[in-house]
Design a protein around this ligand. Structure first.
Ligand code: SF4
Ligand code: SF4
Length: 497
């Protein structure tokens, strides 16, 4: 079991609503962004002197721009339905990790500065000004929200805490106190086209290595083309797929599917990243810039279709915002959805019986499926309602003989986040990540203990990175994590089309 210098939640008997531990996670601090990254993204280089005025002006601007935000700040009736629905509250017991309390961190400032009652009656109206102390709370607790939207499923008004967290982070960026992890990554995409800062030469080297490796293991010339003008499809994946494990095994799976289908495709060196961390910091400008880079790459390559890889939040951005941010995608073939998720692409081939599979290749695995938040609660797949749940499962059942469902109260629409989404996948937030993972790990442990599951498949790069890191804290090997197309890769029979 991995060692920690903090207490690991006990999940032996499942995860129940914990005793309230005020301030239990108040010590959490993110690493501050550098001056260079802040300015590159259009924010002040350091905390501005008149930070309170700037922050309130930004808040006012955001409420004017996003009516949903001002509505969410107004309509909560404190019914408490969301209180025990956040994985960070369940894993930490800190009351500020109850969604309603997290929202209150902004709502009390809103009341104090933007409502008559708050201005006149202050604390009596539960209003509080944006003081140093309140700002410290914002910095801690708006970085203990993975923007997973689980709480909104249970709120009778659909209040979306994720949107409030995004606004809070945008306000903090606007006064010069952004988070290093997200801002550094966004800056790298603007510079190199991907989150990891991989230059084109390294990308070429990796793709050549993968071609050789697949040839060696299968005897088949599966191509990993880059910048191939006129290819039918541009495949855009999270850059972790090029280098990280187990991500790269799904990348090999996508390539094998294209090979088996006989459909030409290409990666792009200009846009070698599907992830879009602009959403995590609520920055429309940065989200748009990253999305536009992808739209431009597809246009330049002359492709007819864009297929996207296994990445949860990026799929949300693509599915929900690409058209507004970077559309119209009028150069693409109108017979296909924009974007097409690689699971839709593979599922379509399976329905046409166009792939030859040997399910027994996965017989050592008893597989369950983890629904990633942004796919489950912020997007759709295919043409049927609930396609985002059924399509990945259809694929898994087509490529594995042993498939088991987790508790639906912890999966599907009510899925618990992996604990590392929303820009929290950095080392200084490890305690938050390990504790926040407890509810999902508990659901996994239940099917491992009772139904022999040894593999949890998923379609999100962040979930893969998070679970490989945190599962060992719960005495589960990181090898339990797999991509859906990793299992496709094992089962697919190349040669015949
Ligand atoms: S992490 Fe998810 S459940 Fe928790 S407050 Fe944020 S959006 Fe809601
Ligand atoms: S469920 Fe909605 S209305 Fe009820 S306390 Fe939570 S945010 Fe407020």
């Amino acid at each position: 079991m991995a060692k920690a210098d903090f207490e690991i939640p006990d999940i032996k008997n499942g995860v129940s609503v914990p005793a309230v531990k005020p301030g239990a996670m108040a010590h959490v601090k993110y690493h501050p962004a550098s001056e260079a990254h802040l300015t590159k993204l259009g924010f002040p280089a350091k905390r501005v002197d008149n930070w309170k005025e700037v922050a309130l002006a930004k808040m006012n601007e955001l409420m004017g721009k996003y009516k949903s935000l001002s509505l969410f700040l107004d309509v909560c009736v404190k019914c408490g339905a969301c209180a025990d629905k956040c994985h960070y509250y369940l894993g930490t017991g800190d009351p500020n990790n109850m969604p309603v309390a997290r929202q209150e961190l902004m709502r009390k400032v809103y009341r104090k500065n933007f409502t008559l009652g708050g201005k006149l009656f202050g604390g009596l109206a539960r209003a509080e000004d944006l003081t140093e102390e309140v700002l410290r709370e914002w910095m801690a607790y708006f970085h203990q929200c993975s923007q997973c939207r689980r709480c909104s499923v249970f709120c009778p008004f659909g209040i979306d805490t994720a949107e409030i967290s995004m606004a809070a982070r945008e306000i903090m960026d606007s006064i010069g106190i952004g988070q290093k992890y997200t801002l550094e990554i966004i800056a790298k995409v603007h510079d190199t086209g991907n989150n990891l800062g991989i230059p084109k030469d390294a990308l070429i080297g990796t793709l050549e290595f993968l071609e050789e490796d697949v040839k060696e293991t299968t005897g088949v010339d599966v191509k990993f083309p880059l910048d191939q003008k006129g290819a039918e499809v541009m495949l855009i994946v999270p850059s972790a797929d090029f280098f990280s494990s187990p991500h790269v095994d799904s990348l090999v799976g996508y390539a094998k599917v294209f090979h088996a289908a006989g459909i030409s495709y290409t990666f792009s060196s200009h846009a070698s990243e599907f992830a879009n961390f602009g959403m995590f910091i609520g920055s429309y400008d940065n989200t748009k810039k990253i999305a536009t880079r992808i739209a431009d790459a597809g246009r330049d390559l002359g492709v007819k279709r864009i297929v996207v890889g296994e990445c949860g939040h990026a799929y949300r951005v693509a599915y929900s915002f690409w058209n507004t941010l970077a559309g119209p995608f009028d150069y693409l073939d109108k017979n296909h959805s924009v974007p097409t998720h690689v699971c839709e692409f593979t599922d379509e081939l399976l329905r046409r019986n166009a792939l030859k599979l040997d399910k027994s290749a996965n017989d050592e695995f008893t597989v369950t499926y983890h629904d990633s938040c942004n796919v489950a609660r912020a997007s759709r797949m295919g043409t049927e309602p609930g396609g985002q749940f059924e399509i990945p499962r259809n694929i898994l059942k087509a490529v594995c003989n042993k498939y088991v469902e987790m508790d639906p109260e912890a999966n599907r629409e009510k899925t618990f986040c992996c604990g590392g989404g929303g820009g929290l996948l950095s080392d200084e937030l490890l305690e938050v990540r390990v504790k926040g993972a407890a509810p999902k790990v508990s659901a996994l442990k239940e099917v491992m203990d009772n139904q022999g599951v040894n593999t949890m498949a998923m379609i999100c790069a962040i979930c893969k990175a998070q679970f490989t890191k945190v599962l060992p804290y719960y005495d589960i090997p990181m090898e339990a994590v797999a991509g859906v197309h990793q299992l496709v890769s094992n089962a697919i029979q190349l040669g015949d089309k």
